[in-house]
Design a protein around this ligand. Structure first.
Ligand code: G4F
Length: 337
């Protein structure tokens, strides 16, 4: 990877969980890392603050929904690698804002691809390589399990539908314009930096608050929902590996192991010596209009062709997340949401 020292990488959505880990990974290899960040009312960039403070990451204000801005940034920066991680990524919220989701999660991909197509090469004349963050949510109500690169899509949320557009337009630009453009079909991946709106972190933070006597109950939706949960730092390694291949190709990234939300609760509360059944309530407000039932991925092709393997198990990840949230509660860092 030292071969890329000095190369410019652009990450959209850099202030999110994956963006922050990916920026650290690339910066550690000596790349010049730039991140596109949307201006928001909450200006906290806690996931990337250390990188910003050390000067290893530079932030560019912008939004993937603004095609003109994306084009201007791409032609000024001329990066070698572009990772498009920006999205409206909350599945439940996508029923509330389907159009905004379609613009950011779907059309945003096209804006970035179009800029890559027009700018074409980096500052040294090498072809730009583009990564799209596709999602297992595209499989939705999948007809078979586990899901692989060959499983048909049947998205069950406005978010999933928008991701299918982003996926297909990436394939289409690759085939139409011979771009090095690939999609990583990533199953759920979590970490100590996961946002509180997602169920793993919602549970681990509740465990920490309950353990310290600051809360007694947590309300959840469907406890039978089953997900293939991996560890985010493992998954950003796969993103980079996909851009290192000789030929552009899409890959499923998953652990191949699925757990229910109920099993997540057992594991997380168990880590803190608590009985989850005394603290978890079901609230229909957290149920979704349409749910996915059998999400479990087959990453055999990534293992064979990328040499990628998940390193951190579900149990170990939950242990780290509970420990991190107890630490947050003890040190008053509740604002890290
Ligand atoms: O943690 P979640 O909100 O993640 P979800 O919807 O699977 O989406 C995540 O993974 C996708 C990859 O497949 C990404 F594309 C997407 O951007 C995001 O990162 O929900 C997981 C499961 C769901 O079945 C949900 O119904 O947990 C269930 N659940 C049960 N109670 C809950 C809750 N989810 C949330 N967020 N909050 C609850 O109280």
């Amino acid at each position: 990877m030292a071969a890329h020292a000095g190369a410019i990488a652009l990450i959209t959505g850099v202030s999110g969980q994956d963006g922050s880990y990916l920026a650290e990974l690339l910066a550690a290899q000596g790349m010049q890392v730039y991140g596109l960040v949307r201006r928001k009312a909450d200006t906290s960039n806690w996931r990337i603050q250390a990188l910003l403070d050390s000067g290893r990451l530079s932030v560019i204000p912008g939004d993937v929904t603004d095609g003109g801005a994306v084009m201007r940034i791409m032609s000024q920066l001329r990066p070698r690698f572009v990772f498009n991680l920006a999205a409206q990524s909350f599945v439940h919220y996508s029923w509330d804002v389907p159009l905004a989701t379609a613009e950011a999660t779907g059309l945003g991909v096209l804006n970035v691809l179009e800029a890559v197509r027009q700018v074409r090469t980096d500052a040294t004349g090498q072809a730009i390589r583009f990564y799209q963050a596709s999602s297992s949510e595209m499989f939705g109500n999948a007809a078979s399990e586990p899901q692989s690169e060959n499983t048909p899509f049947h998205p069950r949320s406005p978010y999933g539908v928008a991701k299918v557009f982003g996926h297909h337009i990436t394939v289409n630009y690759r085939e139409s314009y011979e771009l090095f453009a690939v999609s990583g079909i990533l199953f759920n991946h979590e970490s100590e930096r996961r946002g509180l709106a997602f169920v793993t972190r919602k549970v681990t933070m509740a465990v920490a608050l309950i353990k310290r006597g600051l809360q007694d109950k947590v309300a959840l939706g469907n406890l039978d929902a089953r997900r293939d949960w991996g560890y985010a730092p493992d998954y950003v390694r796969a993103m980079q590996l996909m851009l290192e291949q000789d030929e552009p190709r899409d890959f499923v990234i998953a652990t191949g192991v699925s757990n229910t939300v109920r099993e997540l609760c057992e594991a997380a509360f168990g880590e803190a010596g608590l009985d989850w059944q005394k603290h978890v309530e079901v609230d229909p407000a957290f149920m979704r209009p349409a749910e996915l039932h059998i999400l479990r991925g087959d990453s055999g092709m990534a293992q064979a062709m990328l040499g990628w393997e998940p390193e951190v198990s579900f149990g170990e990840m939950i242990r780290r997340m509970v420990a991190a949230d107890i630490d947050r509660v003890d040190s008053g860092r509740h604002w890290e949401v």
